[in-house]
Ligand binder design. Structure first.
Ligand code: NAD
Ligand code: DAU
Length: 364
């Protein structure tokens, strides 16, 4: 991944898809802060894509934003020809389990068909390369631990060898995309890399996911919906740790391999919500009562996986990756981010964030 290209201001270039979403924008911001890569950011700007996440890059000549679909083969082929990236990192996806229960087709369209089309475009591009550019090219697909299904309370954590057993339309569609990535490596030799990561948290997460949703509901004095008994367990990882893992896999991972990424930080949902409530009690106390008074147990998510946990021994051993954030301080800084960025929150709630492209990128 050290291939330089004269058309890209002397930097190696990456095509990043889904780079206006929660994790993709963190990856892009980190890469640009370190000035390591020129980024071509292809994002459809679905409801989850928010260009305000990338506001600090509006004048950065090494961040080029293109609104488009990973399934648009003509557009992707054009971008690959035009910018000749040294690698592709695919974050683009429909990512919310609850939405997948109501509209599975949207998940099949982007996660399965979109990834398949993206792989085909990348394969044609890779086959057109020669020498070190061909040798060094990488296609990294960002996936999830949910493809492995659900663990019992005493089961060993998921690892790279755990069989796939997805339970939601979301995880089934991600499993399908992972299988396509594997097949493109086995069948055509495309130098692919795959990461399966646990639950991320941190700034700029769309407030449909547990942590941002509950921070925002708590501050509005609304009930905090806990599915079932709140005893489902997730293995929480700060989004910056995930992005550092992706960079390390991209730069030093072995083609054809998968890497499980997780924070060794298992928590029952109710523990997470109680921690959130006490942080808010300290930082933004209610006029009367405690935030935990708002906790409200609601009907369970259908097919709700009981427990996820990751054994990240392979990426630690082979690539020297370690999570840097611990959950307590990571959660506190996340709460601080939402408290300090109420405008971001209210523009997401009102839908105004969707006008950012027209206002700030009209000339591009
Ligand atoms: P997100 O929903 O916040 O962002 C997804 C982004 O993809 C959005 O910007 C959206 O506009 C874009 N997009 C959607 N469809 C597209 C298409 N057809 N073409 C181009 N762009 C499209 O999701 P996220 O939480 O940032 O997750 C990113 C990736 O990481 C996903 O593949 C997800 O499965 C995976 N993942 C997420 C987590 C997590 O905890 N959030 C954990 C492990 C893996
Ligand atoms: O494990 C990785 C996955 O983590 C990613 O692949 C997904 O893209 C990401 O959305 C996330 O999936 P989850 O379903 O685990 O995340 P979510 O934030 O939706 O829910 C976390 C837990 O909290 C889960 O057990 C359901 C529960 N929950 C969620 C919401 C939104 C509630 O109890 N109440 C809620 O309102």
């Amino acid at each position: 991944m050290n291939t330089h290209n004269d058309n890209n201001n002397g930097k190696a270039c990456l095509l990043v898809t889904g780079g206006a979403g929660f994790i993709g924008s963190c990856f892009v911001l980190l890469a640009r802060a370190q000035n390591t890569y020129r980024i071509i950011n292809l994002d459809l700007l679905s409801y989850a894509g928010n260009l305000e996440n990338l506001a600090s890059l509006a004048d950065d000549p090494d961040h080029i934003f293109i609104r488009g679909d990973i399934g648009n083969g003509e557009l992707v082929a054009h971008l690959l020809r035009e910018y000749a990236p040294a690698g592709v990192v695919n974050f683009a996806a429909e990512s919310h389990v609850d939405r997948s229960i109501y509209d599975p087709d949207a998940f099949v369209r982007t996660n399965v068909l979109g990834t398949s089309s993206l792989l085909r475009s990348c394969l044609a591009y890779w086959q057109s390369l020669d020498g070190p550019r061909r040798e060094n090219f990488r296609f990294l697909h960002v996936s999830t631990d949910e493809v492995f299904g659900s663990l019992g309370p005493d089961d060993a954590p998921f690892s790279e060898t755990t069989p796939y057993a997805p339970n939601s339309p979301y995880s089934a569609s991600k499993a399908g995309s992972d299988m396509l990535v594997r097949a493109f490596h086995e069948t055509y030799g495309l130098p692919t890399l795959l990461t399966n990561c646990s639950n991320n948290y941190g700034p700029r997460q769309f407030p449909e996911k547990l942590i941002p949703l509950l921070i925002i509901k708590a501050l509005a004095g609304e009930p905090l919906p806990i599915y079932g008994k709140g005893l489902n367990v997730r293995d929480w990882l700060h989004v910056e740790d995930h992005c550092r893992a992706i960079t390390m896999v991209l730069e030093n991972g072995r083609p054809g391999q998968t890497y499980a990424v997780g924070g060794r930080s298992e928590k029952a949902n109710i523990e997470v919500v109680r921690e959130l409530c006490s942080l808010l009690d300290a930082k933004a106390p209610r006029a009367k009562g405690a935030y935990a008074d708002l906790i409200s147990y609601v009907a369970d998510r259908p097919g709700h996986d009981l427990r996820y946990a990751i054994d990240p021994a392979k990426i630690e051993r082979e690539l020297g990756w370690r999570a840097r954030h611990n959950f307590a301080s990571g959660l506190e800084s996340t709460v601080d981010w939402y408290l300090n960025n109420q405008e971001w929150v209210s523009r997401v709630q009102s839908g105004a964030y969707r006008q950012w492209l027209d206002t700030h990128y009209r000339e591009r």
